[in-house]
Structures are given as structure tokens and as C-alpha cells.
Design a protein. Structure first.
Length: 124
């Protein structure tokens, strides 16, 4: 849908996606946000033996407004990923396949190609 509605904006590099954290790690004195499993491990290694709580963030709808502001909306602390397709036609096809109405096509793609993306998956 994003690609269908904004192809011109994507083509000129004006579309960004706000990245949301997978984990919130709280110590007595500081809050950390980890955006990947690797980053979580790095943070936990950094805080070493400090007591902490770890909370898995399941999606934007479950974040309280303060966390949403800090991690996703605040220009000083958010992370943005610029949408830059290398091959526009292939990108459109992938968006349609993965986010469109063709459920059978999506299942077939996952069945045939899912193993290629397993390292990118968050399995925790």
C-alpha cells in the first residue's frame, strides 16, 4: 500500500519509516532501547551485572505515549530508515505480494523463500 500510494515520493527519497524498538531495558538510573537482538545483547553486556528489567515491545499499539514519543516521534532520538528501492518494478511486486490481498501467493513465497530470511527474523 505504501509503495502504491507514494511511488513518486519514494522515487525522490522522501519516504522514511520510523523504527520502533524490540526491547526496553531499564536499570535504576537509565532506560535503554534495543532495536535488534544483537543490540540487546550489546546493551546487556554493557550494563554487566547491574540489575535490570527487560520488556519486549510487541508493537506501536502497545507502547504508552511517552515511549512512543521517545522512540518513534522525537526528532532528537528516533531512528528513521529511508525507503530506497534499487529496482522499482521488483519493489512494487514484492510490496504487492507481501502486503497485498493475494494470501495464497504470500504463503507460496514464504514456503519457497522464507528460509532465505531466517537470519533476519526476530525469533525471541
Amino acid at each position: 500500500m505504501l509503495y502504491t500510494l507514494t511511488p513518486t515520493l519514494i522515487d525522490v527519497g522522501k519516504v522514511y519509516i520510523a523504527e520502533t524498538p524490540l526491547y526496553e531495558i531499564n536499570t535504576k538510573s537509565k532506560t535503554y532501547f534495543a532495536y535488534s537482538e544483537t543490540e540487546k545483547i550489546q546493551i546487556l553486556s554493557k550494563i554487566n551485572k547491574t540489575k535490570y528489567t527487560l520488556q519486549r515491545s510487541k508493537g506501536l499499539g502497545e507502547n504508552d505515549p511517552e515511549m512512543m514519543w521517545t522512540t518513534t516521534m522525537n526528532p532528537d532520538s528516533r531512528r528513521l530508515i529511508q525507503v530506497i528501492p534499487e529496482n522499482q518494478e521488483e519493489t512494487k511486486k514484492k510490496f504487492d505480494l507481501l502486503l497485498g490481498d493475494n494470501l495464497e501467493g504470500r504463503k507460496e513465497f514464504i514456503k519457497n523463500s522464507g528460509h532465505n530470511y531466517i537470519e533476519l527474523a526476530d525469533m525471541s
